[in-house]
Write a protein that binds this ligand. Structure first.
Ligand code: SF4
Length: 306
């Protein structure tokens, strides 16, 4: 690869040396394996699957399988938010959402709904894009959909830029720590997906390379220590709602970074990745996807709804 990267510092080094954005560095590296067209077509296909997953999840009522009796919520929320409005397909659905404007509460409602939709699909064996895991598959689609609908990031090139940057941040976490809840708890799943989304959104909204990495750092810093304790061993509670939290934290982290001067940041992305890994090593195995601790033992099975 023209720009080998194992750490955030190395990535920043190539950005400073070339003047290229993070997504441009990633695209050049991808050329080692495939043509630019193949990379871009592949990324747009990933977004197509993500978008279809959100749409399906927003139109699927009923209960989730597994015995916890968890009711799907995205369908009802979608109906509530679009009450009285009509649409016929995915594209007209997006245009209809846009007509509602972008006040804070409306935007917040939709970001959560997008994340819920994806993870309800995941919990019912629907098709999702692993990003970076299935349990955390809702964060990146929710933030990318937020960018498209509420920040007007509608061009194919902007979607490609978002996914290139997100993927690089995920890759750095994988090299320096883990993206496995069985090794690191939920900080490795929701935390990493939030950091990926925060960085991607920041670059797409015009942030510098350092602000982009800063956004990833902020998002992870506030997921450190997050345990994995799924009730009944099912990826439903707390997992589905947790994706809404990851998405909102990503947007907040991005805004903070965009309004900040990285020169004054005390914590680098590499140091938070090391901290995450140290925390993963110290974390009791009860909190690593075993369903032996936390909510998994303190909440009785057979809840009617959470
Ligand atoms: S609690 Fe565990 S299973 Fe659920 S999303 Fe987090 S890491 Fe995945």
């Amino acid at each position: 690869m023209p720009f080998p990267v194992n750490t955030a510092d190395e990535l920043l080094h190539w950005c400073m040396k070339t003047g290229m954005g993070i997504s441009e560095i990633v695209l050049e590296n991808e050329h080692s394996w495939r043509t630019e067209k193949e990379t871009k077509d592949g990324l747009l296909n990933i977004w197509k699957v993500m978008g279809e997953c959100i749409y399906r999840g927003c139109h699927a009522p009923g209960m989730l399988p597994g015995g916890l009796n968890v009711k799907r919520r995205a369908d009802a929320l979608n109906k509530k938010y679009l009450s009285g409005k009509t649409y016929t397909d995915y594209n007209s659905w997006i245009e209809t959402i846009k007509l509602g404007g972008n006040n804070f509460q409306y935007t917040l409602d939709w970001v959560s709904c997008f994340a819920l939709a994806v993870n309800e699909e995941n919990a019912s064996f629907g098709r999702v894009v692993t990003a970076p895991t299935n349990g955390a598959a809702g964060v990146i689609p929710a933030v990318l959909m937020y960018y498209i609908i509420f920040c007007n990031g509608k061009s194919s090139e902007q979607i490609i830029q978002f996914l290139l940057t997100a993927s690089e941040v995920g890759s750095i976490f994988k090299k320096g720590a883990t993206i496995s809840a069985a090794m690191g708890g939920c900080q490795a799943e929701i935390g990493v997906s939030s950091a990926m989304a925060a960085a991607a959104l920041t670059e797409c909204l015009g942030g510098t390379q350092r602000q982009t990495l800063m956004a990833a750092e902020i998002a992870m810093e506030h997921h450190l220590g997050l345990t994995c304790d799924p009730i009944g061993g099912l990826v439903q509670i707390p997992c589905i709602e947790r994706n809404t939290m990851g998405a909102i934290k990503a947007i907040t982290a991005s805004q903070l970074a965009l309004q900040s001067t990285p020169d004054f940041a005390k914590v680098s992305l590499d140091s938070v990745i090391k901290t995450m890994w140290d925390t993963a090593i110290d974390m009791n195995s009860k909190y690593k996807e075993t369903a032996d601790g936390g909510l998994a033992v303190n909440v009785p099975l057979g809840l009617s709804e959470c």
